[in-house]
Ligand binder design. Structure first.
Ligand SMILES: [Zn+2]
Length: 64
């Protein structure tokens, strides 16, 4: 039987067709991973507003 490490928590996961969450150990790990991926995509898509540099400089100055 093949065993893989869950990409999320690194627990051993039996690679069997009965495990519908493989390569994750559970639906929880699977959903967390997908959520992180979706958030990352969203962040990248909105990361650069037209005046992003000026906005970032202003924030840095305020914190300083
Ligand atoms: Zn897991």
């Amino acid at each position: 039987m093949t065993v893989v490490a869950c990409p999320r928590c690194e627990k051993p996961v039996a690679w069997i067709k009965e495990n519908e969450f493989r390569p994750f150990c559970s639906d929880r790990c699977k959903n967390i991973d997908f959520g992180a991926w979706a958030n990352e995509e969203y962040r990248i898509a909105n990361a650069t507003p037209p005046d992003g540099d000026d906005q970032n400089a202003g924030i840095a100055h305020e914190l300083d």
